[in-house]
Write a protein that binds this ligand. Sequence first.
Ligand code: SF4
Length: 495
Amino acid sequence: MIDPRRVLDDHFHDECGVFGIFGHAEAAKLAYLGLYALQHRGQESAGIVSSDGVNLHTHRAMGEVEEIFKPDVIAKLPGNSAIGHTRYSTAGDTSLNNCQPILIDCNKGKLALGHNGNLTNAGDWRRKLEHRGSIFQTTSDTEVIVHLIARSSARNLSGAIGDALNQVEGAYSLLLLTLDELYAIRDPRGFRPLNIGRLGSVWMVASETCAFDLLGAEYVREVEPGEMVRISRSGIESIHFAPEKPHQYCIFEHVYFARPDSTVFSRSVNHSRETLGRLLATEHPADADIVVPVPDSGVPAAIGFSLGSGIPFRMGLIRNHYIGRTFIEPSQAIRDFGVKLKLNPVRELLAGRRIVLVDDSIVRGTTSRKIVRMVREAGAREVHVRISCPPTVSPCYYGVDTPTREELIASSHSPEEICKFIGADSLGYLSLAGLKQALSDTEGKFCTSCYTGNYPTELVQLEVNHKEVNGRSAAGSSREEEKPAPAPVAANREL
Ligand code: SF4
């Protein structure tokens, strides 16, 4: 049995989506809908915690939002406020125990916590806290925050949260629910997105604004880096809990992670992607007949490439959206069986034509090779691959599930070598300058570490953490069935 959604998905993965709501009689039901809109940010598990003012009620399970939250489950989550979480694990193993929101009853009261991001000094803190007698219930980095909140001597909860967060490093967009308050918090560098929405007197917070659209809510603004927003019956209050740090918004949210219909970091994701495609057409023009996206994520950049180049856009590959969790492999080997489950070529469009094939990234290179072969077998005369970002040469340590550096084909192969490996006639990546230009990033406020290998936080400890994380992930999931790229075609490049 294989999980085709994993095997074929040679992408970086955002690991979590968070949604919160305050002041609605059907809070859990709306949280379910909010999570449904954020499903693309994590499919391994999901959870909702609601508050009825007396108790916190929770349901968490492995699987997708729609599978988990049936009407009878939602009926057991009463109250006017709720937070929800979808997860794709990076830190901590893939088990029900690590599902979020985490629920605790401590000296600060009953709390629930949902986290999108990754704490880069969680291992150090865990060791220190265990040495001092703390007993951890999960292997998730998020639990460190819970212990630090409980140990704080601050007189009120917002002070304790600030105390805790000023001791951790890394990426966190956090939702914290108490019996009568909802906190929305973003780390001082702002790695991961977090937005505020409003439906009349009802407040909402979400990783992406597409969740507000589904619920008919208006987008108000982002939670700012280093800001803690407290929502209660008295209204909304802003607390700046940490000194300002240079912003490091994850640029990959705009390249691939976020839904194109979302606003992320106060920018339209669709607009960013079309602009990436336009600039790609300028940097790497191709003499071709049609522009074909690798659906779905490559579509906006391909539209941009078409608009920028004047070459007609055609949906030459069709994606099957109805792929289940498991599939029985054919007993006899069918070449590229996996990729054929997900994508099918439109021969009438491809046969005899010179194709510009636009995708948003190449991670290991193995899936790109299969897609190029599929397009050729459908009769394409030439296949020119264009990627709407620079080569990904380094892993992410800020809340994104990535292969090891060794598995990233661009960490040890030049674009020419990768072109040969995937079997394309030509290959062009958007430059880093082009990527920043598309995002209007004149101040360097976006994180680009996976393209440069330069990290805004200390790296030695991170390397250790990342290897641990990848070891656990590989053991617990089928996504590693996608084999890494083969040995270098030529000598390894230095990073
Ligand atoms: Fe995003 Fe890459 Fe930075 Fe990670 S390293 S936060 S994926 S830009």
